[in-house]
Design a protein around this ligand. Structure first.
Ligand code: ADP
Ligand code: ZN
Ligand code: ZN
Length: 744
């Protein structure tokens, strides 16, 4: 009997088995989407396997597969295999993983230009955007000829009439008839706009490569040409021309008929990068990002799937782009933590990029000015080839000079703000006088990060989380929880002792912005953080910066990302120690990366750059290494530390977190699962905990966790299989985080 194993987008681990009806046999292939029933719901799933075999249960109990949505697999074979492996590695339900990769078959939202949709009905709640193809109004005759072909073309989702007209002679007339007969609906939509393609980009001429760039490009191209499955770590200082290297490699790949994916940390912050790709490669690239509408996403997906477009550029989810004959994946700023998805399927796109490239026999290039210890370790083990770009690409641009301000010794500057020290203010004055630009980096948004009671010493906390409330003043003054977004008017009395002695503690970006405005009345001051700018808005602020409409920009780590702003001559790191105090084995690595990255924004043009770093630990290795631009020394030092403590890359970690409303229950379940897991642990896996998470409560849910650590990947996996297979009280959610980045 022909049986299909189908992944459905519901949060369940396994795939479901269905009978394949004889009339569907020829069209039911791996990767095709099918309509199937689950319980009483009708859902669209993806066929994982088709096999002629004896069923394990009685035939009557097997439901038949419904409609086959398309005759060509929605997912390339290679991608499907990759997704299955990814779901196994992260203990993520296959249906959820598939959702990352396949666009919803869009239901048109009815706002926008003539978009034609299959008349459809929503199926289930989980799948909001998936439409059920319902091509059989009872009283209508079956369409023939062109009409039936059009209907077939629509099975995978809505299509612009304009696009249909290119394919079919009388598309408009046929569509009209189909609509009258109730087969399809025509919905007005506005022009599908990709924000990045709104402006035309003139083609550019590649610059003469520097010698190190040449060496790197040759090595990568050689691997592409000879189809050597190979991974590279492109370590190039900021502005050394890494992007130029990706561009050359992608171009060569396309000449060889192979598609490419370029992953960047935050696409909204890097429209410039997209511009450079378009200038070099033309508009045959798809830009995948979260701000796309469903229709746009579907359009992109289809153009990639059909091979019409060969290159996908985007944030981590672009890893799943259905690029035809994939041959190259570049991961820009590979050290960036945004490659790790921290909800749902908790995957690390950088790690998975190496996998996917390897599976297709392709090339993977990881680029960074501050390589992660993970990637560095792969180089040490001979699994990645290191390519170095030791100097900035443009001759005039030297690396910036560092100055340290010892916060222990220095008094607050003219505004009384502890973080606006006199040396920093002097440096800013210089910038303002010279009509240059400065970036100030402080990784705390809001006005003051805490409200402290001078009488009882308590900090005002979020009622639902174990987190201090941040005072915000911009707009309406309020206190905000940065974890759950709870907000309330600024209290005048201490919630604990009712005294009126609440004081704002410390400074966030808002406070610094206000102080700068006061201090430099002639300068244009702006702020870049999540409060003023999400998504495209942040790009707009950076664009104003580029156009010189802003002189002094203060912001959170959004300002550290790869912007190329030639007139920035000063970068101030207001509190270099903040990231170090995180309860995380990666704290040192992260602070170092932040420091070097933000410093890299200075002096990219013709004028030399200067970086002022304020710290209480001027003698720490991190500061000293950053001071001398010595990434190698830092990597060496940190590698030794990790080795001593047996932390990654010298071991593998998995975090198992338990969440629920009832603290006792959460704690009990964590203890019970930990105990059961311990029984199967050999000597090679260590379990620590369970214990409350550093943030013990979020949104009223208590959080407990234990950590598994092992040098042996397979042993660790066995332990996780045990965790995964253990039944837990339904009121407690268990989250397995493999290779965790966020330990909070
Ligand atoms: P990275 O990606 O390493 O930060 P970019 O590729 O953005 O560096 O290059 C930094 C700047 O140097 C850009 O303005 C770029 O156009 C320029 N650039 C890159 N390579 C060259 C080269 N070979 N010759 C001249 N300028 C270059
Ligand atoms: Zn009090
Ligand atoms: Zn909260």
């Amino acid at each position: 009997m022909l049986l299909a194993s189908v992944a459905v987008p519901v949060p369940l681990g396994q795939a479901f088995t269905y009978r394949v009806l004889p009339e569907h046999a020829s069209r039911c292939k791996r990767g095709t989407r099918v309509v199937c029933e689950l319980g009483r719901r009708s859902l669209i799933g993806v066929v994982l396997r088709v096999a002629d075999r004896e069923p394990e249960v009685a035939v009557e109990r097997l439901k038949p597969l419904g409609h086959i949505v398309e005759s060509e697999p929605a997912s390339p074979e290679e991608l499907l295999d990759f997704l299955i492996e990814l779901s196994r590695y992260y203990f993520a339900p296959i249906g959820e993983v598939l959702r990352l990769a396949l666009p919803a078959v869009e239901r048109t939202q009815g706002q926008q230009e003539s978009l034609l949709g299959v008349k459809a009905k929503l199926v289930g709640k989980v799948l909001q955007q998936v439409v059920r193809v319902q091509p059989s109004p009872s009283d209508a005759e079956t369409p023939k000829g062109q009409a039936s072909e059009i209907l077939e073309a629509l099975m995978t989702g809505p299509v612009l009439i304009r696009d249909l007209e290119q394919q079919f002679k009388n598309a408009r007339a046929s569509v009209k008839r189909l609509e009258e007969q109730g087969w399809v609906t025509v919905v007005p939509v506005t022009e599908i706009k990709n924000p990045y393609f709104a402006v035309k980009v003139a083609p550019d001429t590649p610059p003469q490569l520097t010698d190190p760039q040449r060496v790197a490009v040759d090595a990568i191209n050689h691997a592409l040409e000879f189809q050597v499955r190979q991974g590279f770590l492109l370590h190039g200082v900021t502005a050394s021309g890494k992007t130029e290297v990706y561009l050359h490699a992608v171009k060569r790949g396309i000449e060889l008929g192979r598609g490419a994916i370029i992953l960047v940390p935050e696409i909204a912050l890097t429209p410039q990068l997209v511009g450079r790709f378009r200038a070099r490669l033309g508009d045959t690239i798809a830009v995948v990002h979260s701000a796309l509408s469903d229709a746009e996403r579907h359009q992109m997906w289809k153009s990639l799937r059909s091979g019409q477009v060969r290159v996908a550029v985007g944030a981590r989810s672009a890893l799943f782009a259905p690029v035809e004959n994939l041959g190259l994946i570049c991961v820009d700023e590979e050290h960036d933590s945004s490659f790790k998805q921290e909800e749902g399927v908790r995957y690390q796109a950088r790690d998975m990029a190496l996998w996917r490239a390897h599976r297709v026999g392709g090339v993977c290039v990881l680029g960074s000015a501050t390589p992660s210890l993970t990637s560095e370790a792969l180089v040490q083990r001979g699994l990645l080839t290191k390519l170095e770009l030791p100097a900035r690409a443009r001759k005039a641009a030297a690396l910036p000079t560092f100055e340290i301000v010892d916060l222990r010794r220095i008094k607050a500057g003219p505004t009384g703000d502890r973080l606006l020290t006199l040396p920093l203010v002097r440096a800013l004055e210089h910038v303002v006088e010279a009509r240059e630009q400065a970036i100030l980096f402080l990784n705390r948004r809001g006005f003051a990060p805490a409200l402290l009671c001078g009488s009882c010493g308590q900090i005002v906390r979020c009622p639902d989380c174990s987190i201090a409330l941040t005072v915000h003043r911009a707009g309406r003054p309020r206190v905000v929880c940065h974890t759950c977004e709870y907000h309330a008017p600024v209290p005048s009395l201490c919630p604990s002792c009712k005294s009126g002695e609440l004081e704002e503690e410390g400074a966030g970006t808002e406070r610094i912005e206000a102080a700068l405005t006061e201090l430099f009345p002639t300068a244009k001051v702006a702020r870049l953080d999540r409060d003023v700018a999400a998504g495209a808005k942040s790009a707009a602020i950076l664009e104003r910066m580029r156009r010189r409409e802003i002189d002094l920009l203060v912001g959170t780590q959004m300002v550290t990302k790869g912007h190329d702003l030639p007139d920035v001559t000063l970068v101030g790191v207001l509190d270099a120690d903040a990231a170090l105090s995180m309860p995380d084995y990666r704290a040192a690595e992260r602070s170092f990366q932040l420091l070097v990255q933000v410093a890299g924004r200075a002096g990219r043009g013709d004028k030399p750059g200067r970086v002022v770093v304020q710290t209480r630990q001027p003698d720490s290795t991190i500061i000293r290494c950053a001071l001398h631009h010595d990434v190698h020394a830092f990597l060496e030092h940190e590698t030794r530390q990790r080795e001593e403590l047996e932390y990654p890359p010298f071991s593998r970690l998995a975090l198992v977190r338990f969440e629920g409303l009832d603290e006792g229950l959460v704690s009990n379940e964590a203890t019970r699962v930990a105990r059961l897991t311990k029984r199967v642990l050999g000597t090679q896996v260590r379990l620590s905990g369970p214990a409350p998470a550093p943030i013990a409560r979020i949104r009223n849910r208590w959080r407990y966790r234990f950590l598994l650590k092992s040098a042996d990947r397979l042993r660790l996996r066995e332990a996780l299989l045990k965790v995964h297979g253990t039944e837990v009280d339904r009121r407690v959610r268990v989250i397995i985080d493999v290779d965790p980045m966020n330990m909070l």
